[in-house]
Design a protein around this ligand. Structure first.
Ligand code: SF4
Ligand code: SF4
Length: 193
């Protein structure tokens, strides 16, 4: 992919700024998301470059506001795509908590549901996740921290996680819609065309 010289205007923080949230159609069709991921690969490459030059605190403010607005409009129980497609890391305390809930020993939980990754981490040994029932989590109250955190748009330092976040652009409707709206909020123009 060609690397263009940075064509970005210096960032000027507007005073009293709030996201304008021009009404975009919220896209939840996973086929459309996968298609957009292919079609917008170059555009998203440049958008990541654009964001890397932007004030990270201001990006956080925007992403948090967009996340707060968009997430309630998306029904995760009608999606479940993260649970169908992500590798989930777990910890020993989480295994023990789940073992208590399932009335099993921690060793039995590990034997049935956990394996060690090439990196030496404990991970759930099946994708889709064992505990996905339809589109919902059958151990919701006892789900793992990674599940609780995903898609992670409530965290600070969004610009330090661009690679990991954009990796899920075509998978998670929340991420897709926040990123598409963020392009509008920061005045990004597609450098790929
Ligand atoms: S534990 Fe529940 S929330 Fe986590 S991946 Fe499995 S089904 Fe999804
Ligand atoms: S977090 Fe994203 S991928 Fe997971 S169920 Fe919700 S919308 Fe779907």
């Amino acid at each position: 992919m060609p690397i263009h010289p940075a064509p970005y205007a210096p960032y000027i923080k507007p005073s009293g700024f709030f996201p304008t949230l021009r009404p975009l159609k919220i896209e939840t069709n996973l086929t459309q998301l996968q298609q957009a991921e292919l079609e917008k690969a170059d555009e998203n490459f440049y958008f990541k470059e654009f964001l890397a030059h932007y004030d990270s605190h201001h990006v956080d403010t925007l992403v948090h506001a967009l996340n707060d607005t968009i997430t309630p409009k998306i029904d995760c129980t009608a999606c479940g795509n993260c649970c169908r497609s992500l590798m989930i890391n777990v910890t020993q305390p989480e295994v023990e908590k789940l073992a208590g809930h399932l009335n099993m020993s921690a060793d039995k939980v590990k034997e049935k549901y956990v394996e060690t990754s090439l990196m030496g981490d404990m991970i759930i040994n099946r994708i889709p996740c064992h505990f996905l029932s339809g589109n919902t989590c059958s151990i919701y109250e006892h789900r793992f921290n990674e599940c609780r955190d995903f898609p992670g748009l409530h965290k600070t330092n969004f610009t330090s996680r661009l690679f990991a976040t954009f990796m899920h652009y075509g998978r998670c409707p929340i991420i897709y819609n926040v990123i598409e709206q963020l392009k509008i909020e920061v005045g990004f123009t597609n450098q790929a065309t």
